[in-house]
Design a protein around this ligand. Structure first.
Ligand SMILES: Nc1ncnc2c1ncn2[C@@H]1O[C@H](COP(=O)(O)OP(=O)(O)OP(=O)(O)O)[C@@H](O)[C@H]1O
Ligand SMILES: [Mg+2]
Length: 265
C-alpha cells in the first residue's frame, strides 16, 4: 500500500448551528489526486481551509506525511514548515496576487522567505518554465496577464516551496473552457514530474474525471460516497451523486466537455 501523504480523520467544524464539516475522513496517497465534489455549501472549502491551516477544526485530525498539523502553528518556524508541506491555489489569483508586484518578484519573495541566503534566479526560471510561462512573463504585473497566465503564476508560487500537497479550490472554475483544458493538462504534467499530490476541489464533474484518481462526494458537510473516480462517476451508488451527475450547473454543460477539449489539444 502506498503511504498516505495526507490523512484526514473525523474532521468536524461548525459555524453556529451549521455543521459545515462533519466526520469527514479521507486519505491521499503520495503523488495521488483526490477530488472533493458537492453542491454549493456542502463543506468543500471549509475542509480545504482546515487542511491548509487557514481554519481550525472543532474535532478530528490532519496528518501530513504522518505528522499531525491540527491546532494552531506555534511560531514563525512552524508556520513556514507547515506552508512548505501544503500549499493552496484559489479560484481567483487576482485576490492573492499583489497588483504592484511583478511575476519574478512574487516568486523571489516566496523563495526568499522559505530558502533565505541563496540566489534564486535559476529556480525562478525553472518555475516559470514548469508552468509554461516564458521568461518574458517575468517582468509582467498581474493585470498585464490573462486569467490563465495569472493562474499559472499562482501555481508557480505554490510549487516554489516544493510542497507535498497542493490544494486546488475551484482553481480552473473562472477560466474559459479551452484555457481550463490547458491548465488541467499542465497540472497533470506537474504531478507526473514532481510527484506532488493534489486535493482537487470542484463542482465540475468533468474536471474531476480529468484530473483525479479518487473522489469523495460531500453533502451538507458529510461524505456520502467515495471511491475511484471512474467507478463513482460511471456507477454512482448514492442518489445524491446521481443527481449531481444529472444536474446542469450552467448552460451547455456536458461532463465530457473538458475531456473532449483536452483530447483536441
Ligand atoms: N466563516 C464562516 N462563517 C459562517 N459560516 C460559514 C463560514 N464558512 C463557511 N460557512 C458555512 O459552512 C457551509 C459550508 O461552506 P463551504 O464554503 O465550505 O462550502 P463549499 O462546498 O465550498 O461551497 P461552494 O461550492 O459554494 O464554494 C455553508 O453553509 C457556509 O455558509
Ligand atoms: Mg467553496
Amino acid at each position: 500500500m502506498t503511504e498516505a501523504v495526507l490523512q484526514v480523520t473525523g474532521l468536524c467544524r461548525a459555524f453556529g448551528s451549521v455543521r459545515a464539516v462533519h466526520e469527514v475522513s479521507f486519505s491521499l496517497p503520495a503523488g495521488g489526486s483526490l477530488g472533493i465534489v458537492g453542491e454549493s455549501g456542502s463543506g468543500k472549502t471549509t475542509t480545504a481551509r482546515i487542511v491548509v491551516g487557514l481554519e481550525q477544526a472543532d474535532a478530528g485530525e490532519v496528518l501530513v506525511r504522518g505528522r499531525a498539523r491540527t491546532g494552531r502553528a506555534r511560531g514563525r518556524a512552524e508556520r513556514l514548515a507547515r506552508a512548505r508541506e501544503v500549499q493552496m491555489v484559489f479560484q481567483d489569483p487576482y485576490l492573492s496576487l499583489d497588483p504592484r508586484t511583478s511575476v519574478e518578484a512574487v516568486l523571489r519573495e516566496t523563495l526568499r522567505l522559505h530558502f533565505p541566503g541563496t540566489d534564486h534566479t535559476t529556480r525562478i526560471r525553472e518555475l516559470l518554465d514548469q508552468v509554461g510561462l516564458g521568461t518574458r512573463a517575468a517582468d509582467a504585473l498581474p493585470r498585464q496577464l490573462s486569467g490563465g497566465q495569472r493562474q499559472r503564476v499562482a501555481i508557480a508560487r505554490a510549487l516554489a516551496v516544493e510542497p507535498a500537497v497542493l490544494v486546488l479550490d475551484e482553481a480552473v472554475a473562472a477560466l474559459d473552457v479551452s484555457v481550463q483544458a490547458q491548465v488541467l493538462n499542465l497540472l497533470a504534467d506537474i504531478r507526473e514530474r514532481t510527484g506532488v499530490g493534489y486535493l482537487f476541489i470542484t463542482h465540475d464533474l468533468g474536471v474531476v474525471r480529468c484530473v483525479t484518481d479518487e473522489v469523495v462526494v460531500m453533502r451538507h458537510g458529510r461524505i456520502v460516497e467515495a471511491g475511484p473516480t471512474t467507478e463513482v462517476l460511471d456507477a454512482p451508488r448514492h442518489a445524491y451523486t446521481r443527481l449531481l451527475l444529472e444536474s446542469v450547473p450552467r448552460p451547455g454543460w456536458d461532463p465530457d466537455r473538458i475531456a473532449a477539449a483536452r483530447r483536441a489539444l
